[in-house]
Design a protein around this ligand. Structure first.
Ligand code: AMP
Length: 249
């Protein structure tokens, strides 16, 4: 079974995000970029399926400018067999990503597609669900465990207040939650080997997809600065402040 993993290049989660002076967007100048953490988990899961003899090939795909090849090489250093970049000037909105991925799914016919549940930069949590709708495939979102057997994927999902396990007929779409696995680190020899693994570049036109803009970003703002706290001398003083200043009691 072939597994297709869709990975996004995002600002590294350790970076303190700055907003541009004109509030048009996050400032990405000279900022460290990385694999979206949920996508890293998706790559790890696919590699584990291959190591377990369930998957025969792991293909990674990313949509965006040439820079996304860096994250595709990282995914190949972690163990993916080959990569596809779909070349666009910017990172497109979820519906466009899903339409492009649907075409890749049509061409590659993977038994399983694994995506992150969410991009940590745009927090959409939409692409996997849209891809499932466009391809007519069953979806198991927010997976904290995945088991493939007898032509089905058993997906344990993190839902409010507990876990829910569903069985999906393959081919299917899965999106990863944080507790699915702990991704490995790439070893230096594997980073070197990944440079020679195949990386195909396609355009949206090659896939017959016209990118359309449905969403306009109006403004980006940093969270309001928290006011400095104060220390109070006694419980009575605290209760007084909660009652008379904060008015929460
Ligand atoms: P989102 O719907 O933007 O929160 O993203 C959910 C998941 O969709 C990500 O974790 C990726 O697996 C996939 N995805 C989103 N944007 C891209 C992109 N530009 N290239 C490849 N995969 C993407």
């Amino acid at each position: 079974m072939k597994v297709l993993v869709s990975v996004k290049r995002v600002i590294d989660y350790n970076v303190k995000v700055r907003v541009k002076a004109d509030n048009s967007d996050v400032d990405l100048a000279n900022v460290k970029m990385a694999l979206n953490p949920f996508c890293e988990i998706a790559v790890e899961e696919a590699i584990r399926l291959k190591e377990a003899g369930v998957a025969t090939e792991v293909v990674v795909v990313s949509i965006g400018p040439k820079a996304v090849q860096e994250q595709l090489r990282t995914a190949m250093a972690l163990g993916a067999d080959r990569a596809i970049q779909i070349d666009t000037d910017e990172l497109p909105e979820p519906l466009n990503v899903a339409k492009l991925l649907a075409k890749v799914v049509e061409e590659e016919q993977p038994g399983l597609v694994i995506l992150g549940k969410q991009s940590i930069d745009s927090d959409n949590n939409q692409t996997g669900q849209m891809l499932a709708a466009l391809t007519g495939r069953p979806q198991g979102t927010f997976a904290s465990a995945v088991k493939v057997e007898d032509g089905k994927a058993r997906v344990t999902r993190e839902v409010d207040g507990g876990l829910k396990t569903v069985a999906l007929e393959l081919p299917a779409i899965v999106t990863t939650d944080l507790r699915l696995n702990e991704p490995r680190y790439a070893k230096l020899p594997d980073i070197m080997k990944a440079k020679k693994k195949p990386l195909d570049v396609k355009t949206p036109a090659d896939l017959g997809v016209e990118l359309k803009t449905h969403i306009t970003q109006l403004k980006v703002e940093s969270p309001a600065q928290r006011q400095a706290g104060i220390k109070v001398d006694s419980v009575d003083a605290l209760v007084d402040k909660l009652q008379n200043e904060a008015k929460v009691l």
